[in-house]
Ligand binder design. Structure first.
Ligand SMILES: Nc1ncnc2c1ncn2[C@@H]1O[C@H](COP(=O)(O)OP(=O)(O)OP(=O)(O)O)[C@@H](O)[C@H]1O
Length: 302
């Protein structure tokens, strides 16, 4: 049997009028990967997921899911999806709606199991139109995991969920991934991407700007964080004049800077004749790396 990639995008472009939402995107997701899709508002994340699910046709290029068209993969029950928008049926109970989701899946799980996993057992008899935003998200989560799919696609899945719902959600997704499923999720919560994903894709204006592990993305940003405290008067102008800085924040006696050459910056700091206390040098967090990478791209476009 030929083993196909879970997802392949080849030269995919999608425009809405003059907006190029997805721009010549090439991408391969391997079976069993957990992949986070990051990008600023309007970067093309939802459009990419819509194309992957066959909800919109590509203008050019091709999308394949397990070697077939998205529609064939979905019909075969290989894909479970949780989208941002899309209304839920109103006048039915949670149990009825999730039951329907299970009935429509070619390889369904028992509805009670699905309800329990999504934390819906207690409110299974409530009408869907009486749910809070976070509870609605749980229902979408239940529908995405109604059956034994090989690929789970999630568009900003935890928006509106409280802390415990979020933790339970990611625990379930980890289990799904450990069982060999491919999980692709778009998110604005970079800490989730850092904690959950073994691969991170950064989209910007419909193009793939970075693709690697969270550690690789952090390294790609090429900067480090330096923080220290100073005693006495702080000469902000001198601090801002240090070499290799890409950012400075002074708060009281605490100084935080970002530098593309932390060794040289710290050397120059001592050269100012000041003695930093509590000096710490650390790599960028994924969030700062993301901001650095996307801002650098914006600067190029200006
Ligand atoms: N149906 C549509 N008609 C016209 N333009 C659209 C449509 N859907 C999306 N766009 C535009 O395409 C671009 C990409 O939108 P998309 O929703 O894919 O981005 P996103 O990365 O998911 O954004 P967000 O983080 O805000 O959800 C945006 O400029 C958006 O305004």
């Amino acid at each position: 049997m030929t083993t196909h990639a879970a997802v392949t995008f080849s030269g995919v472009t999608k425009t809405y009028g003059t907006v190029r939402a997805v721009d010549d995107l090439g991408l391969e997701l391997h079976a069993g990967e957990t992949v986070a899709l990051l990008g600023p508002n309007g970067a093309g994340k939802s459009t990419t997921l819509d194309l992957l699910l066959g909800l919109r046709p590509a203008d050019t290029g091709e999308v394949r899911v397990f070697g077939t068209s998205p529609r064939e993969a979905i019909t075969a029950g290989r894909v479970g999806a949780m989208l941002q928008s899309g209304g839920l049926m109103d006048e039915v109970t949670v149990r009825e709606l999730v039951g329907l989701g299970c009935a429509l899946h070619p390889k369904p799980y028992p509805a009670d199991e699905v309800l329990a996993r999504a934390g819906l057992a207690q409110i299974a008899d409530r009408k869907v139109n009486k749910l809070s935003g976070g509870q609605e998200q749980r229902v979408r989560f239940a529908l995405a995991t109604a059956g034994d799919s090989d690929l789970i696609v999630l568009d900003e899945p935890t928006t509106g969920m409280d802390v415990s719902a979020r933790q339970a959600f990611w625990a379930t997704m980890r289990e799904q991934a450990e069982q060999g499923r491919t999980v692709l999720f778009a998110t604005h919560y970079l800490e989730e991407a850092d904690a959950i994903a073994d691969r991170v894709l950064v989209l910007h204006r419909g193009r793939l700007l970075a693709d690697g592990t969270a550690a690789e993305i952090k390294a790609k940003a090429g900067a480090r964080r330096v923080s220290f405290d100073l005693e006495g008067e702080i000469d902000e102008a001198a601090i801002k004049g240090l070499p290799f800085l890409t950012g400075v924040a002074v708060s009281g006696r605490s100084v935080r800077i970002q530098s593309t050459d932390a060794d040289a910056t710290v050397h120059a700091l001592y050269g100012l004749g000041v003695y930093p206390r509590n000096l710490e040098v650390a790599g960028l967090g994924l969030e700062q790396a993301f901001v650095a990478i996307t801002e650098a791209e914006e600067a190029k476009a200006r």
